[in-house]
Structures are given as C-alpha cells and as structure tokens.
Design a protein around this ligand. Structure first.
Ligand SMILES: [Zn+2]
Length: 54
C-alpha cells in the first residue's frame, strides 16, 4: 500500500496517509490538524509541483 505525503496550505502541517491507489483517486484527504481540504500532495521522489490535475 503506497504512502502519500501531504502538506496543508492552511496550517503548514505535514502528514502522511496510507491508502490504496483507488482510494487515493476517490477521496480527498483532510488535514488532521485543522481539518482543511486545502492540502497539497508531496512526492518523495520529486518535490516540484508538476501534478496539477485535480
Ligand atoms: Zn492544516
């Protein structure tokens, strides 16, 4: 199961989520700290923001 890293734009919290690829495509993660949906996915291999497809 892949681990996805996210960064919250609102409170700058970083968190990880383990979920299947299917779940990842369907669900939007929430920041566990401030409950915001404004989170940006981080990629461990490359940190440049290339994935802008929503
Ligand atoms: Zn947050």
């Amino acid at each position: 199961m892949p681990v996805y890293e996210y960064h919250c734009d609102k409170c700058n919290n970083k968190f990880e989520r383990k979920c299947t690829v299917e779940e990842h495509g369907e669900k939007r993660p929430r920041c566990p700290k401030c409950d915001s949906l404004k989170v940006t996915q981080q990629f461990s291999s490359f940190f440049a923001k290339t994935a802008s497809k929503s």
